[in-house]
Design a binder for this molecule. Structure first.
Ligand code: SF4
Length: 345
C-alpha cells in the first residue's frame, strides 16, 4: 500500500491551540498553490492506494481538488479523504468534493458543547457541526469521520458524554479523539488556559474509549475509533510503516526507504519548481519503527523473544498477548511512550 498526503496550508483564522502549519487563506495563493502541487505530483509518477488532503483547511480549495486529483494515479475504490471544517462547509463545497471523486470527509468537530468550542476559539458552533455532517451524508458521503478533542478547558466526563452521545447519533463511521496538547509556540502556549491535569485527562481518555466502544466505534489505534470496516486506510499506512509521499509545505514522506520533510514555508513551496525535501532519516531502523508505530495499533506487533523479555518489566494490565501478537490496553495506550522506551531500551 502507498499513500499520498497533500498539505493545504491555509486557514480562515488561526485557532489558539494549533501548531499545524498554515497561514491566512487568499484566492490568489490558492491558484499558485494548486499549480505547485501539480508540478510536484509529476515528480512522483507512481500509483497511490489512498489520498489524504490535510491541513490547514483543505475545504477552502474545494474547487481545486478535481484539478489536483486528475494528476494522481489511483485505482477505482481508493480512499480519498478531505479534512473539512464545519464553518467552511456548505452544499457547493461538498458537491465540488463529491464531483472530484472524494469519498471520505473528516470533520473537525472537536466538541458539541458551545462553551468548549468557544474556549477552543473555533469558528463553528455545535449546530453548524451537526448540520455539516448531515448535509455531507445527504449529498452521498457514506464515510464520514469526526475529530474530537479531549482535555478541553471546562470539559467534564459528563459534557464529554453528551458530545459523544449526540455525535454517535449522526451518520458518521469514524472518530478521532485527541488530547489537547499545549504547544509552546501558540497563543495557548503563551497564555495557557486552565485544562484538566494529567489524572483528569486520563479519566477523560478512558471514558471516551468506553463510551465510543459502547456505541459501536471500536478502538483500532490510540486515538482512533471506527465502525467495522471503516478504519482509515490512509492512516493505517503510516502506522504500519508503509510508503507515503507528502506534497506541500510541512508535509512528511517515507519513500524509497528514506524519511524526508518539506520546510514549513508556503512562499518557498509556491516559488520553487520542485519542493525542497530535507532528509529526516536516511535509513530508518525497521525493527524499531515497527515497535514504535505498531504499538499504537489495536492489532499490535508480532511477539518475539526480545519483546517478551522486556515485557516482564511492564505491568500486566497495560498489555495483552493474543495469537502471538502483543498490543496495549487503553490504560497501556496512556503510557505508551514509557512502555515503548522500556521495550526498546
Ligand atoms: S485547528 Fe485546524 S482550522 Fe484551526 S488553525 Fe489549526 S489547522 Fe486551521
Amino acid at each position: 500500500m502507498r499513500g499520498l498526503y497533500i498539505h493545504v496550508p491555509f486557514c480562515v483564522r488561526k485557532c489558539p491551540y494549533c501548531d499545524f502549519y498554515s497561514e491566512k487563506f487568499s484566492p490568489e495563493k490558492s491558484e499558485k498553490y494548486t499549480a505547485a502541487v501539480v508540478r510536484n505530483l509529476k515528480r512522483y509518477p507512481v500509483k497511490f492506494d489512498t489520498v489524504y488532503f490535510g491541513g490547514g483547511t483543505p475545504a477552502l480549495i474545494s474547487g481545486k481538488i478535481a484539478e489536483i486529483l486528475r494528476e494522481v494515479d489511483y485505482p477505482e475504490g481508493a480512499e480519498i479523504t478531505v479534512e473539512c471544517n464545519p464553518d467552511v462547509t456548505n452544499e457547493r463545497v461538498l458537491a465540488e468534493l463529491k464531483n472530484a471523486g472524494v469519498n471520505r470527509i473528516s470533520f473537525g468537530v472537536q466538541s458539541l458543547n458551545e462553551g468548549e468550542l468557544e474556549a477552543l476559539g473555533r469558528l463553528h458552533g455545535a449546530e453548524s457541526a451537526k448540520k455539516a455532517i448531515i448535509l455531507a451524508h445527504e449529498l452521498g458521503f457514506e464515510n464520514i469521520s469526526a475529530d474530537l478533542m479531549l482535555g478541553v478547558p471546562q470539559q467534564s466526563v459528563r459534557s464529554l458524554e453528551q458530545t459523544i452521545d449526540e455525535l454517535c447519533k449522526l451518520p458518521i463511521t469514524h472518530v478521532s479523539a485527541y488530547l489537547l496538547k499545549i504547544e509552546p509556540n501558540t497563543p495557548f502556549g503563551k497564555n495557557p488556559p486552565e485544562i484538566p491535569d494529567e489524572d483528569g485527562q486520563a479519566e477523560l481518555y478512558l471514558a471516551a474509549v468506553e463510551m465510543l466502544e459502547k456505541r459501536g466505534f471500536l478502538q483500532y489505534e490510540i486515538s482512533n475509533f471506527a465502525k467495522n470496516g471503516f478504519e482509515s486506510r490512509h492512516n493505517l499506512i503510516y502506522w504500519r510503516a508503509e510508503e507515503y509521499v507528502g506534497i506541500g509545505p510541512a508535509a512528511h514522506s517515507y519513500f524509497n526507504g528514506t524519511r524526508f520533510a518539506v520546510p514549513r514555508n508556503t512562499a518557498e513551496f509556491l516559488e520553487n519548481h520542485a519542493q525542497r525535501e530535507l532528509v529526516t532519516d536516511e535509513n530508518p531502523d525497521k525493527y524499531e519503527e515497527k515497535i514504535l508505530l505498531g504499538l499504537r495499533l489495536r492489532e499490535g506487533i508480532l511477539l518475539d523473544e526480545r519483546i517478551e523479555k522486556r515485557l516482564r518489566l511492564v505491568p500486566k494490565e497495560l498489555f495483552r498477548v493474543e495469537n502471538g501478537r502483543v498490543s496495549l490496553t487503553p490504560e497501556g495506550f496512556l503510557l505508551s511512550n514509557s512502555i515503548i522506551s522500556a521495550i526498546l531500551s
